[in-house]
Design a protein around this ligand. Structure first.
Ligand code: PEP
Ligand code: MG
Length: 748
């Protein structure tokens, strides 16, 4: 950039800063700003449009257009050139605006006489706030330098609104961080709660955007970057190359911290008049904007690295730590972009809810939230840029909805719903010690799913008959290193002790796919869900599985032991895994240790192929448990992690029900005990249908046991079977409508 325009933009920035330092009401100040920008950019018009709501922009201040149109002229996102800038988050620069595609003439503004148009988005860290426009009569394309200067000014404006400099005047401005916002995300863990926002990583507040002395700012930036590099090097030397994954992440960090391109862009921003921290933030904003458009997960990870690095740099420059000294409010609801399982466990049951921008149903954080029974909503897009510590917030984990700063009527309706749920829970509690016996006399065994010690108290509270699925990988996921055998044995022993003789089905390590151990070498796979996971890893690299089996045998210490192997696709895999367990028992016998009093070995049926395995397989299994989450994903070829498809197929689809019936039949023929432990077992209507098809044991989240039992006790399963069969024979695609109708006819 030419020296002349550098000084121009610096002058403009300084002028802006001085303007802001002057006293005055918001609107008056906005007007002065538009005047100063128009003057400095040698254009007749400068206007500021701000979002009034997600879809509408409003003209909030102008120099050059008719004053009467201020706070009156509005356009929708995508409408006209201003709307296009806002929608695409990129500048529009044209010498002949009326000839531009999508141009919309606003007669009340008197803009018809202006030919050139330059509009840039006003945004802060990816949050869209509005559009800044300059226009002039003379037909000219604005230079790249002018575009740049206007972008920097827009960034300064974004910070000013952020700081509440104008709050109180323009409606759109005063709305920032104050209005109610509704987020439609996805369910990570069911349940509802009301509380106050607690930001996991509070934002760094930047107060000085404009640098007086570029040399000084540059020196500050260099010193901070040096410090950053040293801290990354120190982290790297601490891992000592042992922890490969972590080293890789840190190597990537180091690469960015030493990147010339990154430094050069920040140096240029400083030369144009920004302070060191504003230059860092500008780069961070650009990285966030790119994040939204990059589909490649590897690149996205790298952009995240850059984002984290920028945060560290900002903290060094501003001296603001992650711990701001703010006090955690009562009923805290954690709001974060993402969070690791160990960090979430650190907060523990203090939290009333968790809201994440990212995450997935199978993510580690989701697993822990489930274990702690904290409502969790994931995919609440950009909530961290909108929420402030202490904001009132309602989390509806059942629907995947979050209300930030809700209206009182919304809060009241929400409280009614929570009260109704609480009343239902009391009703369910009265059934705790009664069996799930249907009117036809059939009793269904209800078990719970678990994975952490923290789950065990629910065994008594829920009335579960046992633990139908203990996901052992959780103990591995929440650690930074592979747990030792003795450590595992101690954990399993306390689980068995807490179960007080009730059956616990320990599932061996199910890693791979969505469950990646932080300390395991990551194998890049095109399709990890169908890749090297679970029992496949255990058979190919038997070290960890053997160690786990030994830990289980030792933990049993004379008690009964139930082990099940996940993701078995063919008979031989089960045969080999089973033999491995028997070999370990034999070895323990040889060294004179106490053996399990009884041993049950089962398989999870999670791949359609296993339903067609030879009869010998069913005979070899002491029991089979259908892992409906995986089975459904492979049956329908619908990724359980993909929001676009994961709700598309229903358990009550007749093809799937026919398939379940086939499994039931094969287990009945061989007298193999059959249970179902996917998420569908915890949904009352689905559970009812599974029971009607002949599945006598269901394993689910503890909170689902009450509702499922309540429903089973009110129906006749033989009648329901008849409803399902009639529908299937009639060629229905799905039995849900008929089942709901049948329930309604009985006032259920
Ligand atoms: C399943 O696949 O249904 C199951 C219970 O296992 P997970 O959800 O842990 O894969
Ligand atoms: Mg599974």
């Amino acid at each position: 950039m030419a020296e002349r325009s550098e000084t121009e933009s610096r002058k403009l920035l300084r002028r802006l800063r001085d303007l802001l330092a002057e006293p005055g009401a918001g609107q008056e100040r906005l007007d002065r700003i538009t005047h100063a920008i128009a003057d400095s950019m040698h254009s007749e018009v400068c206007s500021i449009y701000l979002f009034r709501d997600d879809e509408t922009l409003e003209l909030c201040a102008t120099e050059g257009l008719k004053k009467e149109s201020v706070h009156k002229t509005r356009m929708r996102l995508g409408e006209g050139l201003v709307g296009r800038v806002a929608k695409t988050s990129s500048p529009v620069n044209t010498a002949d605006a009326p000839a531009e595609k999508g141009f919309r003439y606003m007669p009340e503004t008197g803009e018809e006489i202006y030919s050139s148009f330059l509009g840039v988005p006003i945004q802060r860290l990816g949050e869209k706030l509005g559009v800044l426009v300059v226009q002039s009569k003379r037909a000219r394309q604005f230079s790249d330098d002018a575009v740049y200067a206007l972008e920097v000014v827009a960034m300064v404006l974004a910070e000013m609104t952020e700081l509440g400099a104008f709050v109180g005047e323009g409606e759109a401005l005063s709305a920032l961080h104050q209005q109610p916002v509704l987020y439609r995300g996805a369910t990570g863990q069911e349940g509802s709660s009301e509380g106050r926002v607690w930001l996991h990583e509070p934002r760094v507040m930047i107060t000085n955007l404009v640098g007086d002395d570029p040399k000084k700012e540059l020196a500050r930036l260099n010193a901070a970057v040096d410090q950053l590099r040293l801290s990354v090097d120190a982290m790297l030397s601490m891992t000592d190359g042992q922890d490969k994954e972590q080293s890789q992440v840190l190597e990537a960090y180091r690469m960015f911290a030493n990147s010339r391109g990154w430094m050069r862009r920040m140096e240029e921003d400083i030369a144009r008049g920004l302070s060191a921290e504003a230059a860092v933030e500008k780069e961070q904003s650009a990285a966030r904007a790119r994040l939204e458009t990059v589909p490649d997960p590897y690149l996205r990870d790298r952009l995240h690295d850059l984002d984290d690095l920028s945060n560290r740099l900002l903290r060094i420059l501003t001296g603001q730590g992650a711990d701001t000294g703010a006090e955690m409010p009562d009923n805290p609801i954690l709001v974060a972009r993402n969070i690791g399982p160990a960090e979430l466990l650190d907060y523990g049951r203090k939290l009333k809810g968790v809201v994440l921008e990212e995450g997935s149903v199978g993510s580690h954080a989701a697993i822990v939230a489930r274990a702690l029974a904290i409502p969790l909503v994931i995919h609440a897009d950009r909530i961290t840029t909108e929420a402030l510590n202490g904001d009132h917030i309602l989390v509806d984990g059942d629907q995947g909805i979050v209300h930030l700063r809700p209206e009182e009527t919304v809060a009241a309706a929400f409280r009614d719903k929570v009260a109704m749920q609480a009343a239902a829970q009391t009703r369910y509690a009265s059934l705790r010690d009664l069996p799930a016996t249907a009117k036809c006399g059939t009793t269904i065994a209800l078990h719970m799913n678990a994975g952490l010690m923290a789950d065990l108290p629910s065994l008594v509270g829920s009335g579960a008959e046992g633990v139908g699925l203990f996901r052992t990988e959780l103990q591995f996921l929440i650690r930074a290193h592979v747990p030792k055998r003795a450590e595992l044995a101690a954990i399993y022993a306390s689980v068995m002790a807490a179960a007080k003789g009730k059956r616990v089905a320990f599932r061996t390590l199910d890693i791979g796919s969505d469950k990646v151990l932080p300390y395991m070498k990551r194998v890049e796979e095109p399709n990890p869900a169908m890749g090297w996971r679970a029992i496949r890893v255990g058979l190919d690299k038997p070290g960890v599985m053997r160690m786990q089996l030994q830990a289980l045998i030792r933990a049993a210490d004379g008690r009964s032991l139930t082990v099940m192997f996940p993701f078995v696709a063919e008979m031989d895999e089960f045969r080999r895994a089973r033999q491995m367990l028997l070999d370990e028992v034999q070895r323990e016998r040889q060294i004179g240790r106490k053996l399990p009093g009884a041993l049950e070995i089962g398989a999870m049926l999670e791949t359609p192929s296993l339903a067609y395995a030879p009869k010998a397989f069913f005979e070899m299994c002491d029991f089979i448990s259908i892992g409906g989450n995986d089975l459904k994903q492979f049956f329908f070829a619908a990724d359980r992690e993909n929001e676009q498809v994961r709700r598309r197929y229903d358990l009550l689809n007749t093809s799937f029900l026919r398939f379940i019936s086939l499994i039931v039949q094969r287990c009945e023929d061989t007298r193999t005990h059959l249970s179902f432990c996917g998420e569908d077992a915890g949904r009352p209507v689905e559970a009812l249908c599974l029971a009607a098809l002949g599945i006598k044991a269901l394993s689910m989240r503890p909170a689902s046991i009450g509702p499922v039992k309540h429903l089973i006790r009110r129906v006749d399963l033989t009648e329901l079977r008849h409803v399902i069969d009639t529908d299937c024979e009639a060629g229905a695609l799905n039995v849900r409508a008929s089942v709901m109708d049948w329930l309604a006819r009985q006032d259920i």
